[in-house]
Design a protein around this ligand. Structure first.
Ligand code: NAP
Length: 420
C-alpha cells in the first residue's frame, strides 16, 4: 500500500500473520514499525526510545525500520486533522506499532485520540505490566513486591463515548426516556444534567478475561483477579465478574480453578499446576495493592477501574516516568507509555523516557524478540543502578546524576553494548 504523506522505508519488511492463525505473528529480522511521537514530551521520549530499541535490535542481529506516522499536533500540521485515516491504515497494515502520548482537551474540544485509535484498531486490551527495577525510588517500603500485569478492557464502559451534553435536546430525550419509560423517576436531580452510558458486553468481557488467563498460563503466573464494583453496579460490573468466571469455568478445564481461599490459609502458596481466578471489589483492591501487594499477579478489569488502578500501581514502582503499557488486539499491538504529554516539559529534553522504552520492550516481547526485550530491561536497570537518571528520579535519590532524556537513552545504549 502507498500512502499520501507517510514515507515507507525502502528496505524493511512487513510483519504478517502466520498462515492459518488470527493472532500469531510472522516477524522478519528487518520489520517496518510505525511510530507516532505524539504531543508534548512525545518528541523527546519517542526518539530516545528509538535509539534504545535500535541498539537492542542491533545487538541481537536485527534491524528495525521505523516509519513515522502522525496523530495529534503533528497530524494537524501535516494533514490538518487530528487522526488521519492513513495513520490508522498504516498501523493496521503493519500490525505492531508504538506511540508517545497524545493531548486530550478536558470538557470541550475533540474526543480522546487514544480512545479513538484503540476503537478504530479494535485494540481491546490495554496491558500494563508493573514491576520494580532495582535502584528506582518508591514511596512504598517494599516496591519489589509489586509484579502485576493489569489487563484493562479498552473499548467499553463509560469510556465508550456514548454521552450527551447538558442543555442539549438529546440529553433531555434520554432523561425523559429513563424517567418515563424505564422507571427511574426521581433519581436524576432537576436542572442541567450530562448523561453517559456504561455498556459492558459478554463479548467484550470474555475476550478480555480470556486474554488475561491465556497470559497467566503462558507466563506461569499464579492468579487472575477480576476487579469490579459489582456490589453497586450489579448489571454491568457484576455481570463482568460473572462472565469472567464463566470463561474460567467453561473454557480451560483443570488448568484454571475458580477457588478463592485466603492468602494466609494457603500460607502464601498458590497451587503450582493451575491458575486461580478470583475477584475483588475495586475499592478494596486499591488498598490491597498497597497492603498485600505480592498477593496479586494478573488483573482483569474494566476500562475506568483499570485506568485508575494501573496509575496507582505505577506510583508504587517509580511513577509515570517508569510505567509502560501496550494495547493488544487480535494479531495487533500498539505500545504506549502510561503517562500523558506533560506539556510543561515539552521540548526540554528533560523527562524520563523509561516508560516509552519499556513500552518498546513489551513490543519486542510480542514480536518474539525476547532476547532483545530482556537486554532493554537489564540495560535500563543497570543505568539506574549506576545512579544515572532523569530529573524525576534524581530529586528522590542521594548521589544520583541528573541526565537529560537523550543522555539517559545514550547511557542505556552503552549498557546494552556492555551487556550484549
Ligand atoms: P501527564 O502528562 O502524565 O503528566 C503529569 C505529571 O506526571 C507530569 O507533570 C510529571 O510530574 C509526571 N510525568 C509524566 N510523564 C513523565 C515522564 N516521562 N517523566 C517524568 N515525569 C513524568 O498527565 P496530565 O498532565 O494529566 O496530562 C497531560 C495531557 O496528556 C492531557 O491532555 C491528557 O489527556 C494526556 N494524556 C495522554 C495519555 C496518552 O496519550 N496515552 C495518557 C494520559 C494523559 P512532575 O511535574 O511532578 O514531575
Amino acid at each position: 500500500m502507498s500512502y499520501d504523506k507517510i514515507e515507507v522505508p525502502d528496505d524493511g519488511a512487513k510483519i504478517t500473520l502466520k498462515e492459518g492463525t488470527d493472532d500469531e505473528l510472522e516477524v522478519p529480522d528487518n520489520p517496518i514499525i510505525p511510530i507516532i511521537y505524539g504531543d508534548g514530551v512525545g518528541s523527546d521520549v519517542g526518539p530516545a526510545a528509538q535509539t534504545v530499541l535500535d541498539a537492542a535490535a542491533k545487538a541481537t542481529g536485527r534491524e528495525i525500520h521505523w516509519m513515522r506516522v502522525y496523530a495529534g499536533e503533528s497530524a494537524r500540521e501535516t494533514y490538518d486533522e487530528n487522526l488521519p485515516d492513513e495513520t490508522v491504515e498504516a498501523i493496521k497494515e503493519h500490525r505492531v506499532a508504538i506511540k508517545g502520548p497524545l493531548t486530550t482537551p478536558v470538557g470541550a474540544g475533540f474526543r480522546s485520540l487514544n480512545v479513538g485509535l484503540r476503537k478504530l484498531l479494535d485494540l481491546y486490551a490495554n496491558v500494563r505490566p508493573t514491576y520494580h527495577l532495582d535502584g528506582v525510588p518508591s514511596p512504598v517500603k517494599e516496591p519489589e513486591k509489586m509484579d502485576m500485569v493489569t489487563f484493562r478492557e479498552n473499548t467499553e464502559d463509560v469510556y465508550a463515548g456514548i454521552e450527551w451534553e447538558a442543555g442539549t435536546d438529546e440529553v433531555e430525550q434520554v432523561k425523559a426516556f429513563v424517567e418515563d419509560e424505564m422507571g427511574a423517576d426521581g433519581v436524576i436531580h432537576d436542572g442541567p444534567v450530562g448523561i453517559g452510558v456504561k455498556p459492558i458486553t459478554e463479548f467484550g468481557t470474555k475476550r478480555l478475561v480470556r486474554r488475561a488467563i491465556d497470559y497467566a498460563l503462558e507466563h506461569d503466573r499464579d492468579s487472575v483477579t477480576l476487579v469490579h464494583k459489582g456490589n453497586i453496579m450489579k448489571f454491568t460490573e457484576g455481570q463482568f465478574r460473572d462472565w469472567g468466571y464463566e470463561v474460567a469455568d467453561e473454557e480451560y478445564g483443570d488448568e484454571v480453578i475458580t477457588e478463592d481461599t485466603l492468602w494466609e490459609e494457603r500460607d502464601g502458596e498458590m497451587p503450582d499446576d493451575a491458575v486461580v481466578v478470583n475477584d475483588r471489589i475495586a475499592d478494596n483492591m486499591l488498598q490491597q495493592i498497597l497492603t498485600r501487594t505480592d498477593q496479586y499477579d494478573v488483573v482483569a478489569t474494566m476500562n475506568l477501574n483499570g485506568d485508575y488502578m494501573s496509575d496507582a500501581c505505577g506510583a508504587q514502582i517509580g511513577g509515570l516516568g517508569i510505567a509502560p503499557g501496550a494495547n493488544f488486539g487480535d494479531g495487533r499491538l500498539l505500545a504506549e507509555p502510561v503517562h500523558g504529554s506533560a506539556p510543561k516539559y515539552e521540548g526540554q529534553d528533560k523527562v524520563n523516557p523509561t516508560a516509552m522504552i519499556l513500552s518498546g520492550r513489551i513490543m519486542l516481547e510480542y514480536m518474539g524478540w525476547d532476547d532483545a526485550a530482556d537486554l532493554v530491561r537489564d540495560a535500563v536497570e543497570a543505568t539506574i543502578v549506576d545512579g544515572l537518571v532523569t530529573y524525576d528520579l534524581e530529586r528522590q535519590l542521594d548521589d544520583a546524576e541528573k541526565l537529560a532524556t537523550s543522555e539517559f537513552a545514550d547511557a542505556v545504549v552503552e549498557n546494552i553494548e556492555t551487556l550484549s
